[in-house]
Design a binder for this molecule. Structure first.
Ligand SMILES: Nc1ncnc2c1ncn2[C@@H]1O[C@H](COP(=O)(O)OP(=O)(O)OP(=O)(O)O)[C@@H](O)[C@H]1O
Ligand SMILES: N[C@@H](CCO)C(=O)O
Length: 311
């Protein structure tokens, strides 16, 4: 008998690095993609025939692949393979996308997490949270967006000696107020990672280690702008990537000179600042780019999965 099942997955945007925490720190933000995923058996053709239908609204509409190459479809397939369950014959997605793509707000990580969580809910119920995190990290290439996307809050992610990713979730202080400055221009993470040097000076690594520790204390206990300003200094990635995003580098410099803790969000080119947006608007208007300035809540609960009848 033909059957189908549907699930709705909501995944938050995330900001990785937060300045000194390259590839390890991440913060979940109150901006969400929502994906309705359905698997069904009623597919015409042979027993091996597959059918994929993807409808995209919002970010990426008219741009993204709507077949097997769509990132969420790939994540669903990868999760089924990893769990050792048979591939769904038919998959239908309705994507309501709000997270801008290739801007440093974790859109790819959100899509990957959405796909894996949908697959678990619909076809692979034995997948553990750890397996979800591990597979998402493998697909994304690094854990710092995946961790906050799945859990919400502020996360520290690292690689265990065994090679598998680990994460710790922390609760940011209620006074942490993220503001993002999203430019029209895009920069792929792959390109931004290609700008990084193979080695860095020991003094720079040492400086970042101290700042990252201070940043955890500031974000969880004392989110004062003076502390956050010192705690968000970075010497490991932002300077090397600046030539690929000059307006971003310029805005960060001006905000910081005005006392606003500002960093590159993820691999850029979005700027993440802490504070209230009104004090920053003037500075952004002076920088030669068209910034969409958006104050956002911290997301504290991460990705959620619901079956439509329980919504
Ligand atoms: N909702 C989505 N559905 C399908 N594909 C997506 C979706 N979101 C992102 N992608 C794919 O991921 C690409 C962007 O990934 P990329 O890693 O370069 O940037 P990002 O994840 O937005 O930023 P960062 O990793 O720096 O936070 C898009 O160009 C698109 O191919
Ligand atoms: N840590 C990653 C985050 C982007 O996905 C980077 O900066 O390349």
């Amino acid at each position: 008998m033909a059957s189908s099942r549907t699930v709705v997955v909501r995944v938050p945007a995330t900001s990785a690095n937060l300045g000194p925490g390259f590839d390890s720190l991440g913060l979940a933000l109150g901006l969400y993609d929502e994906v309705e995923a359905e698997i069904f058996d009623d597919v015409p053709g042979s027993a091996h025939a597959r059918l994929v239908k993807v409808h995209v609204e919002g970010e990426g509409a008219g741009e993204l692949d709507t077949g097997e190459a769509h990132l969420i479809i790939r994540a669903i397939r990868a999760a089924c393979d990893r769990a050792g369950v048979s591939q769904p014959r038919g998959i239908r997605l309705r994507c309501h996308n709000r997270i801008p793509h290739a801007r440093g707000l974790g859109s790819s990580s959100a899509a990957i997490c959405a796909g894996i969580l949908a697959a678990r809910a619909l076809a692979a119920p034995d997948m553990t949270d750890e397996e979800v995190f591990t597979l998402a990290t493998e697909m994304e290439g690094h854990p710092d967006n995946v961790a906050p996307c799945l859990s919400g809050g502020l996360t520290i992610a690292w690689t265990h000696l065994s090679g598998s990713p680990r994460m710790l979730k922390l609760s940011p202080h209620g006074g942490v107020r993220p503001v993002v400055y999203v430019p029209r221009t895009r920069l792929s993470t792959e390109v931004a990672r290609g700008l990084l040097p193979k080695d860095v000076p020991h003094a720079d690594a040492a400086a970042n280690a101290g700042r990252a520790a201070l940043l955890i204390a500031a974000l969880t206990q004392r989110p004062e702008s003076g502390l956050l300003l010192a705690a968000t200094e970075d010497r490991l990635h932002q300077i090397y990537r600046a030539p690929a995003m000059p307006a971003t580098a310029d805005l960060i410099k001006r905000l910081r000179m005005a006392g606003v803790p500002a960093v590159v969000s993820g691999a850029g080119p979005t700027v993440l600042a802490f504070g209230t947006a009104d004090t920053h608007d003037l500075i952004a208007s002076e920088v030669g780019s068209d910034w969409h300035i958006q104050p956002l809540d911290v997301d504290r609960s991460g990705a959620s999965v619901q079956f439509p009848e329980t919504r």
